[in-house]
Design a binder for this molecule. Structure first.
Ligand SMILES: NC(=O)c1ccc[n+]([C@@H]2O[C@H](COP(=O)([O-])OP(=O)(O)OC[C@H]3O[C@@H](n4cnc5c(N)ncnc54)[C@H](OP(=O)(O)O)[C@@H]3O)[C@@H](O)[C@H]2O)c1
Length: 227
């Protein structure tokens, strides 16, 4: 892995991914909205920035050119197919054989076998309804985006996070193929570690065509047994 593209580089997750990627000496191209370019000021001498909307096909085509890996923050903002437009552009323009790693939430299910708590389902229904009513968030479009990815033939991984918090790294999060697995006994992940998992996934062939649900294991004994 030499050159990678980070789509959504100026967001909270994106900035952590930029740091982890630079620590691995990857050449980094970052995509972010024009108005957010200054959020990447601390890296401006070390990364190439392609400003623009992440669902702008010309922006993505230019940014992913020659990249061995692409890390995409899939966000469901607005009501103009932002997520699915971004995913489609990455799938269409990333070079053949590139590792494509996408981020989303636990609510996305690849095979319908995830087991969600009642409170999770209630919160999701509420967020979906409120987001759609105020036209600020389109969860259905994020689902559409991941359907495009799951059906694609590229070397993809969809990393699914739950509640995120700030703080020092606790190391690589635990992961399971399904939400509801006892390994994921905490739905909280440090954002810095979500980013670490995304960057590690670039070189983890075991994760190709998988949608790991990540979380933290608060039970120390359980974590030891897992290893
Ligand atoms: N936050 C959570 O609790 C949570 C839980 C589970 C999973 N996730 C996943 O984590 C990832 C993002 O997390 P994050 O913490 O990095 O979020 P974030 O800091 O809010 O930023 C996410 C991205 O969205 C962009 N963005 C913000 N407002 C926008 C708008 N109105 N239109 C277009 N783009 C906009 C940001 O760009 P700018 O820098 O230009 O603003 C940034 O690239 C997503 O994949 C999400 O599904 C989050």
């Amino acid at each position: 892995m030499n050159k990678i593209c980070i789509i959504g580089a100026s967001g909270k997750l994106g900035v952590y991914m930029v740091k982890h990627a630079l620590a691995r000496d990857y050449e980094v191209v970052g995509v972010c909205r024009k108005k957010s370019v200054d959020k990447l000021d601390e890296f401006k001498d070390r990364i190439t920035i392609v400003p623009g909307a992440t669902n702008d096909r010309n922006v993505i085509k230019k940014a992913v050119e020659g990249c061995d890996g692409v890390l995409t923050v899939l966000v469901p903002w607005g009501n103009n197919q932002y997520s699915s437009g971004t995913a489609k552009a990455v799938l269409d323009f990333a070079k053949e054989g590139a590792r494509l790693v996408f981020s989303c939430g636990w609510h996305i299910s690849q095979d319908g076998k995830d087991v969600y708590s009642t409170s999770f389902k209630r919160k999701l229904r509420m967020a979906t309804w409120v987001g759609k009513f105020f036209r600020v968030v389109d969860i259905y479009d994020q689902e559409m985006a991941t359907r495009l990815i799951f059906n694609g033939k590229s070397r993809w991984t969809v990393v699914r996070g739950s509640d995120l918090e700030e703080g020092e790294s606790q190391g690589l999060p635990m992961w399971s193929a399904h939400v509801g697995d006892p390994i994921l006994d905490s739905n909280i992940t440090r954002r810095i570690d979500f980013a670490l998992f995304m960057v590690e996934a670039l070189i983890s062939d075991d994760l190709i065509h998988k949608s790991p649900a990540i979380g933290w294991m608060s039970n120390v004994l359980g974590a030891c047994l897992h290893f």
